[in-house]
Design a protein around this ligand. Structure first.
Ligand SMILES: Cc1cc2nc3c(=O)[nH]c(=O)nc-3n(C[C@H](O)[C@H](O)[C@H](O)COP(=O)(O)OP(=O)(O)OC[C@H]3O[C@@H](n4cnc5c(N)ncnc54)[C@H](O)[C@@H]3O)c2cc1C
Length: 461
């Protein structure tokens, strides 16, 4: 542990903060990533649609558009070496009537003018060849072959592990509760003591306005927007192999129906402005609206079981765009309002923010050595299971703990042995899929809980 002073303190280990910490790990500087919760990726980053967007559905010319396009390109280039799965299944943005067709045509023309020339307008023959189970009546669609589905939980984990492997310190369970600056050094107050740093990068997501106010800044206020989801059973996965999107309105991207890399079908999100960023409830009305939309788009979903419902909250602000605000005089960067595209844009945002922050003080030099590599185990349902990866699997890789997801004892033990081990059942679920499946832990929950308790007791013993 660095007992002295850091060059950079990144507050908030969501997907954005983790990507920024990883980016900083490529430079000769001391960096700390500080998270209030016991695990990373436990805010907005745990409740999204997991679609890697190209940027073609963001406002053209905006910073968001540029950074999402860059993040998408970098994800394709870098995720495979981190072990992260990408299923490039493409998306169809479907028009169901003549009004939507007019909007679709104009969206496509704007996209081409903005340099997103790969999407093409396709007719019903193409649409139904791609997705035969789609409800009848589709008029046309934009086919974007570059949209992909990814693992939303392993992504921030991979970024954080990479950062830690490359000398960044990660401090969990450390809410920053105060901040003051003395002789050019920020002192960040946490329950375990003050952290001293030259530059602060506020990636507080839903709480970024509160973190900014600790530093004396008040340029924006958070406007949380809740999005509910329904997860359909894996039996539904054969119904589609493409992301189905509606024609968006200026304020709502609408309900999408998409496969997940874990082998389920996901329907959502809703869009509800809420006051409390901690209000993560699903509601009867929200889920009923999603189910109605699901059956309208993919009627055969009605014959499949629902595995789970969940909710995410978008970290919006009082303006629609990203609020990335460099404050060179204060050595503070606010990275807020990463509302609906942070999973896609994180690597682009990281590059942009580090370039901004490196201009604050002395020159930030890249490390001369290559970064030490890390890999996370792929949790994609299409990838080989642990016992299939070698001719002579270890005993723990033959012992299945969670039968719905095929999670082995070996996977759980590896998660506990990680430099960033899970400290809660939720964190263990996100790393291994245990209890995430059809029975939602009915059969394996007690064993998984026991394994977690033993690991936690071992760590404190
Ligand atoms: C319904 C929904 C659907 C979405 N779909 C997609 C999609 O398909 N594709 C896509 O690219 N994006 C999508 N997104 C957007 C994406 O999930 C977000 O943009 C992204 O997760 C934002 O990440 P973040 O790191 O900014 O915030 P967060 O993940 O919220 O991270 C902020 C972190 O800061 C910590 N923190 C806050 N205050 C403090 C403090 N004082 N001290 C220490 N730590 C603190 C929090 O605990 C939290 O972990 C969706 C979002 C939602 C909600």
């Amino acid at each position: 542990m660095n007992s002295g002073q850091y060059d950079f303190a990144v507050i908030g280990a969501g997907v954005v903060g983790c990507a920024i910490a990883r980016e900083l790990s490529r430079y000769d500087c001391q960096t700390i990533l500080i998270e209030s919760r016991s695990d990373l990726g436990d805010g907005a980053s745990k409740g999204n649609s997991a679609v890697l967007s190209t940027g073609a559905d963001t406002p053209f010319g905006s910073l968001e558009c540029r950074l999402v396009a860059r993040g998408h390109a970098r994800y394709f280039a870098e995720a495979p070496s981190l072990g992260l799965p990408i299923l490039a299944i493409g998306s169809l943005t479907v028009a169901w009537n003549s009004d939507q067709l007019a909007m679709l045509t104009s969206m496509h023309a704007d996209a081409v003018a903005a340099g997103f020339g790969d999407g093409e307008i396709v007719g019903p023959d193409f649409i139904y060849a791609k997705t035969p189970r789609l409800a009848r009546g589709a008029v046309a669609a934009i086919w974007d072959p570059h949209e992909a589905i990814v693992d939303p939980f392993s992504t921030p984990l991979a970024y954080a592990l990479d950062a830690v492997e490359n000398d960044v310190e990660f401090r969990h369970s450390s809410p920053v509760t105060g901040a003051f600056r003395n002789s050019g050094i920020w002192h960040l107050e946490t329950p375990a003591g003050n952290i001293r740093t030259g530059t602060v990068i506020n990636c507080g997501g839903l709480w970024a306005d509160k973190v900014d106010s600790l530093g004396g800044f008040s340029d924006f206020s958070s406007r949380p927007r809740r999005g509910q989801f329904i997860v359909y059973d894996k039996s539904a996965r054969s119904l589609l192999d493409v992301v189905i999107k509606p024609v968006p309105t200026p304020s709502y991207r609408g309900v999408l129906v998409t496969p997940t890399v874990f082998g389920n079908v996901l329907v959502g999100p809703t869009a509800e402005d809420i006051d409390d960023p901690d209000d993560w409830r699903t509601t009867h009305e929200g889920l009923a609206a999603l189910r109605e939309a699901a059956l309208r788009i993919l009627p055969e979903l009605g014959a499949h079981e629902v595995t789970a419902t969940y909710c995410g909250v978008r970290p919006g602000t009082d303006r629609a765009e990203y609020r990335i605000i460099p404050r060179p005089d204060a050595s503070w960067v606010s990275v807020a309002g990463i509302r609906s595209t942070g999973l896609s844009g994180a690597l682009g945002i990281a590059e942009h923010v580090v370039a901004l922050a490196s201009g604050f003080g002395s020159h930030l030099a890249r490390k001369s050595r290559e970064p030490r590599p890390i890999r996370v185990p792929s949790l994609c349902s299409l990838d080989p299971r642990p016992w299939e990866r070698t001719a002579t699997p270890a005993r723990a890789d033959l012992e299945i703990v969670c039968h719905c997801e095929g999670t082995t004892l070996g996977q759980i033990e590896s998660a506990f042995a990680s430099p960033i081990p899970p400290r809660s059942l939720k964190a263990l679920k996100r790393r291994t899929r245990a209890t995430f499946g059809r029975c939602q832990g009915f059969y394996c929950g007690a064993r998984v809980r026991m394994l977690l308790d033993e690991a936690l007791a071992g760590r404190t013993a």
